[in-house]
Ligand binder design. Sequence first.
Ligand code: GTP
Length: 295
Amino acid sequence: MTTRCGFVALVGAPNAGKSTLLNRIAGAKLSIVSPKAQTTRFRTLGIVVHQDAQIILVDLPGIFKPRRRLDRAMVNAAWTGSQDADLTLLLIDAKAGLREDVREIIAKLAEGNKKIWLVLNKTDLVSAEELLPLTQEVSGLLTVEHVFMLSARSGDGVEDLMNHLARELPEGPYLYPEDDLTDLPDRLLAAELVREQIFMQTHEEIPYQATVETESFKERPDGSVRIEVTIYVSRPGHKAILIGEGGHKIKSIGARARMELQGLLERPCHLFLNVKERAGWDEEKARLRAIGLEE
Ligand SMILES: Nc1nc2c(ncn2[C@@H]2O[C@H](COP(=O)(O)OP(=O)(O)OP(=O)(O)O)[C@@H](O)[C@H]2O)c(=O)[nH]1
């Protein structure tokens, strides 16, 4: 059997519907979907096997004008991801059309020579007649290989996109063992929610320096889950800040993340957080890249 495998980057302006599409495709709550713009702070991998192809989706942060160092790093990560991928899906909110932020993304993509597929989302909100001029306008600015029209919310047209992806990714073995995939979305979600709380409850240099990994994820007979998450930092000072006086900070991060996680997984969660120092972590390029924060 010939298998195919590849990385697919999702690029779109804030609110284009990236998280919704990713969740629809992977069938799990992989990203934090919110009507507020720029909630997708970090790259999240969604991995799905469709017709003998393993499709590794990279959910990129909304591209916006970076002011702070961390934002710059995130935007950079977004574009690096796009450059590493086998192909890039440019997701556009068909209802909002070519707003300025979409034009900026198109201009940036036009500089590279990446394989781009145009995905017009939210077709449930617009008429077919409106889609054609939009397609033509984008095609005038950028070379696109395929055009898809879908509704991430209803799922209409998503199968067609998946079929094309499965057919056109490069031939090769699966990069992720299939057995590992079952609880991967939930593991990623746990790590991502912890990361988000670190982001919200500490100074910005901490999330930039830290990496979060779900070490174990075990279902209990009573239907609850026991999750162990480790936060790796490179400096003793960061460890102290994360833990806080009397463990106050880490407790607060854990409590909040657990609440969010419970809501999304829809079952009781027992979340245990560890903070560990990993010397020489800065040099671990691979890990930096894994969380998409290489500058
Ligand atoms: N009507 C309609 N709404 C959609 C569709 N896809 C997404 N939405 C809505 O659009 C809003 C933004 O969707 P998200 O998936 O959070 O967008 P995102 O691109 O991940 O946004 P960021 O987190 O800012 O990067 C949400 O309120 C979604 O419910 C669609 O196909 N149709």
